[in-house]
Every structure is written in structure tokens, then in C-alpha cells.
Design a protein around this ligand. Structure first.
Ligand SMILES: Nc1nc2c(ncn2[C@@H]2O[C@H](COP(=O)(O)OP(=O)(O)OP(=O)(O)O)[C@@H](O)[C@H]2O)c(=O)[nH]1
Length: 288
């Protein structure tokens, strides 16, 4: 079976190969520690995992150890609301705009009608960039001028989706305003207004995290979660680095569903996160 995680974890697996040059049946604790360090797993988590392991570790033991990190209650059921409204949250540069394009593309492939809302009205560039993606993907977009109220965009996008019978609304949000309080108030208002346009909306608030940013991305996530409550995460940019182990640290610290992983810069480069596949892709590099 073609393994989609191989692409994301390519660089990470190259780093692992430096620790374990030849695949083995068993590895020592020290080797396991080095592998996890190479892959950028947070040290506190590594220590915790190692404590519960024997001196010699086989594949099953390593699997059980790593998979245990994902054993929190993170199941998420999409409702069949139509339109299904998603807000995309995160700091600038994390990959919000690109991820919105990827989601829109994915939903199109599933035969769904999609509309975008350019809700980051703080920056003209953010609006322009999203309009460019909408043109490229041939999906409708609701936008307004820089500085205008993003809540109006939220309302109009949901109304347009209802009027056209579309399935999915994806709304961009600002990653930064003049102050943190402003950002918090703005996001809360967008959520309130979404609920006015459609009861139960937004149905999902997804946080975009740059997987190469380590603990700073975890802190961002905690801040956004405190502000407005996040339903889950999309991790970007792991394909370009050897930091694929940060998925473990992020999962461990946030205990939230990881919905998707970005695997590149193109609309097709988004895969559903599957903990089993992720762990096995790493272990394939270590064990015979
Ligand atoms: N390799 C790789 N690059 C990505 C991924 N996701 C986003 N990028 C790149 O990261 C950069 C930032 O992405 P944007 O989508 O512009 O990020 P943003 O959060 O909207 O940031 P601003 O435009 O600054 O608000 C772009 O060059 C993207 O192509 C990914 O999964 N993998």
C-alpha cells in the first residue's frame, strides 16, 4: 500500500537512518532516545516514554509506546450540517491560506460545493492571496476591503452558501491584530455572528500549526484554545524538515484531534492524520 506519510516523514526518516544504520529486531533504550531526539520529540515526553520501556525494545513495544501518546479522547464526528462551516485559525505564516486552498480542493474532489470567506481583513495581502487561490480552484469567495468588519464576511459567506445550496464554508481569520485582546474579541464576534447566520455554526474551529516551530506552536495553540476553544489541529510544513516527531509532542501537550497534515505547498498536499500509519512509518525505518 502506498504510504502517504513517507513523503511527510522523508527527512525525519533520513535523520533516523543516521542513528540506526541497519534495521534491527531490537534496539537499545539509548538508540530509541537518540531517534526520538533526532525527530525533534520534546525531551520531557521522551523521558516519560523511556521510563516505561525495557532495556531492549522490539517493534511491538516501540509501537505501543508511541501510539500511547495518541490515546486521549480525540474522536471527532463531523455533523451533516449543510452548509458545514469551518473557521481556520492560526498565526500568520503558519500556512493558513495554503491550507484553506488544500481543504477547498479536497472537498471539491469529494464532490462538495465550497465557498471561501476572506475573514483576515487586517491585511490586504491575505485577502488577495485567498482570492488568487479561489480563482485558481474556481471556487466562489466572499471578501471585503482591508479594515472592514470580518464578521460581515462571515455572515455573507454563510448566507451565500445557504442561497446556493453549498456544502462547505471555509472562513479565514486574522492571525494577528494590533493587540491580543482585539484579536480575541474579533474571533469571538466572528463566532457569534456565524451562529446568527446559521444555528450551530461554526461547526469546526481548526487551528493551523507550523510543525517546525516546536514548543512555540504549542504555546500558540494553548493561547487560541483559551480564547475561543479549538476543535482540533492541522499541522503544516513537516515535509521540509526532520522534525516529524513534533507531531508526538503536539499531540501529547494539546490532547486534541489532529485532523490533517500538510505535505507540501500544492492544493493536493494534505492528508488525513492516522496515528497508526504515522507511527508505523517511523518504525519501518528502525525495525526489520
Ligand atoms: N512545505 C510546505 N510548505 C507549506 C505547507 N503549508 C504552507 N506552506 C508554505 O508556507 C508558507 C506560508 O503559508 P501561507 O499559507 O501563506 O501562510 P499563512 O498562515 O496564510 O500566512 P500569511 O500569508 O503570512 O498569513 C507558504 O510559502 C506556503 O507555501 C506545507 O504543508 N508544506
Amino acid at each position: 500500500m502506498f504510504n502517504l506519510f513517507k513523503k511527510v516523514l522523508g527527512k525525519t526518516n533520513d535523520a533516523i537512518k543516521e542513528v540506526v544504520e541497519e534495521k534491527k529486531k531490537e534496539i537499545s533504550k539509548e538508540e530509541f532516545e537518540d531517534i526520538l531526539l533526532e525527530a525533534d520529540v520534546n525531551y520531557e515526553l521522551i523521558e516519560r516514554l523511556l521510563d516505561a520501556l525495557p532495556a531492549k525494545i522490539n517493534r511491538l513495544q516501540a509501537f505501543n509506546s508511541l501510539i500511547s501518546v495518541f490515546q486521549y479522547k480525540a474522536d471527532w464526528k463531523e455533523s451533516d450540517a449543510k452548509p458545514y462551516v469551518e473557521m481556520i485559525i492560526g498565526v500568520n505564516g503558519a500556512g493558513k491560506t495554503t491550507t484553506i486552498a488544500k481543504l477547498a480542493y479536497r472537498y471539491q474532489q469529494e464532490g462538495k460545493g465550497v465557498i471561501l470567506g476572506a475573514g483576515d481583513t487586517f491585511r490586504a495581502a491575505a485577502i488577495e492571496q485567498l482570492i488568487r487561490w479561489a480563482d485558481k480552484l474556481e471556487v466562489p469567495i466572499v471578501s471585503t476591503r482591508q479594515g472592514h468588519d470580518p464578521s460581515a464576511v462571515v455572515y455573507d459567506t454563510i448566507e451565500a452558501a445557504k442561497a446556493r445550496g453549498l456544502d462547505r464554508v471555509i472562513i479565514d481569520t486574522a492571525g494577528r491584530l494590533h493587540t491580543q485582546t482585539n484579536l480575541s474579541e474579533e474571533l469571538k464576534k466572528m463566532i457569534r455572528v456565524a451562529g446568527k447566520a446559521m444555528e450551530g455554526a461554526p461547526h469546526r474551529k481548526m487551528l493551523i500549526l507550523d510543525g517546525t516551530q516546536g514548543s512555540s506552536s504549542v504555546n500558540q495553540a494553548k493561547a487560541f484554545d483559551e480564547m475561543i476553544g479549538i476543535d482540533g489541529i492541522i499541522i503544516t510544513k513537516l515535509d521540509g524538515t526532520a522534525k516529524g516527531g513534533s507531531v508526538l509532542s503536539i499531540a501529547d501537550e494539546l490532547q486534541m484531534p489532529i485532523f490533517y497534515i500538510g505535505t507540501g505547498e500544492q492544493p493536493k498536499d494534505l492528508i488525513r492524520f492516522k496515528a497508526n500509519e504515522y507511527v508505523n512509518t517511523i518504525l519501518d525505518e528502525i525495525f526489520v
